[in-house]
Design a protein around this ligand. Sequence first.
Ligand code: PGA
Length: 262
Amino acid sequence: MRKIFVAGNWKLNKTIAEAKDLVNAMLPELEKITNVDKAVCPSYLAVPAVAEVCKGTSLKVGAQNVYWEDSGAFTGEVAPKMVAEVCDYVIVGHSERRAMFGETDETVNKRLKAALEAGLHVIVCVGETLEENEAGETEAVVSRQLKQGLADITAAQAEKITIAYEPVWAIGTGKAATPEDANNVHKNVIRPLLTAQFGEARAQAMRIQYGGSIKPDNAAELFAMSDIDGGLVGGASLKADSFVEIIRAASMVTIVVEESEK
Ligand code: PGA
């Protein structure tokens, strides 16, 4: 199986001091779990402090967004090489950025290319709104976001890309997609598009995370699905206990699946 990858998206939460406390509280338990890839994405100002705490540990650190220019008159923006100076990961195309900050498939693609150029691993988010879901447009929306977001990306570059499928109606609502519905999008919409663009081997190796109201009590059943290779966790990543429990669930699923594959 693909190694499960769980990332915490802290959004606009936690001061620098709070961020350090949170990561210090989760690290001892997280360090015991070696069969899951894990990361946390604090808000920009806390990224260097959290990266410092995580140095030499198995917990990777990421930013929640990045601009596509290296330098210049772009007040308020942060360049890929600046992010790469302090951490390894970045999220692009989160639905909150699309809905509230003018993110488009085209700008997702620009950010992705620039972030890869700077050597970052990128989590690219896609997902349909409630209206689109109810209108039966999930496949069309996710396909468009993925095709345009990943335009011109090669199979070699895709090694550093994780896709996060986050149905907008499931984010922060407490109403996660069912494991079957999420897996259906991963397996029958996203993976085939990755295969078409990058070839079978690369597409099979890429991780597709699910995101949207992942909690300790639904994590295992989600991660046990064939094409759900991890999660992007918002609310439940803001507490050490619940994030650790979710990573533990991923670890247990890995052990069970590996045993059954023997
Ligand atoms: P949630 O957020 O887990 O709070 O639903 C997920 C996300 O937005 O990445």
